[in-house]
Design a protein around this ligand. Structure first.
Ligand SMILES: Cc1ncc(COP(=O)(O)O)c(C=O)c1O
Length: 171
């Protein structure tokens, strides 16, 4: 789980508002300060994100990461179109902020409706793609996979080898 590896108390994490409650709970539990970017009918409002990133930069703050559910967003059901995905990846590179792309649901999209994951638009390793078997095998399985910069995957693998394979409710 990226939270256990990346979030230190006091870190700033950007999420969509609203978003998957389960993950916000984890971020808060890990001591993160969470700020939200509104979601409209096209998913995260990336123009609002740009303003926020610019404001934070003026204050000398670099968020730890941006958490986004790009396809079949939980809870709004929206899917971010390509032009927004491209802008989100460009902003990540410009501001040097990791994007954690939670793609739990795109497996259920019709092929023609499916949109390129952010990870496929990312040239510079600013996207960590994560998904889960919970929606395709069984909810209790609590297993998933991640794809991203090798250094990040190595940190996740270290956590995995030290942690348990069962559900983790606490750090
Ligand atoms: C967007 C999203 N990601 C992840 C999960 C859960 O994944 P896991 O069971 O692997 O923790 C859910 C479950 O509701 C979800 O909505």
């Amino acid at each position: 789980m990226p939270t256990d590896v990346f979030v230190e108390p006091g870190d700033l994490v950007i999420v969509e508002g609203p978003t998957f409650l389960g993950v916000v709970t984890r971020f808060v539990y890990a001591g993160a300060r969470v700020i939200t970017i509104p979601v409209d009918e096209l998913g995260m409002d990336v123009d609002a994100l740009e303003v926020t990133l610019s404001d934070l930069k003026k204050q000398g703050i670099r968020p730890r990461f941006i958490y986004t559910i790009t396809t079949f967003h939980n809870p709004t059901g929206t899917t971010m179109p390509l032009f927004r995905r491209q802008k989100l990846v460009a902003l990540a590179a410009e501001y040097g902020v990791l994007v954690v792309e939670d793609d739990a649901y795109s497996v259920f999209a019709l092929p023609k409706r499916n949109c390129a994951p952010l990870a496929t638009l990312d040239q510079d390793g600013w996207v960590l793609y994560v998904s889960t078997f919970s929606k395709i095998i069984a909810p209790g399985i609590r297993l998933g996979w991640a794809c991203g910069d090798p250094a990040i995957i190595e940190r996740l693998a270290m956590f995995k080898s030290e942690g348990t394979v069962g559900p983790r409710q606490t750090r």
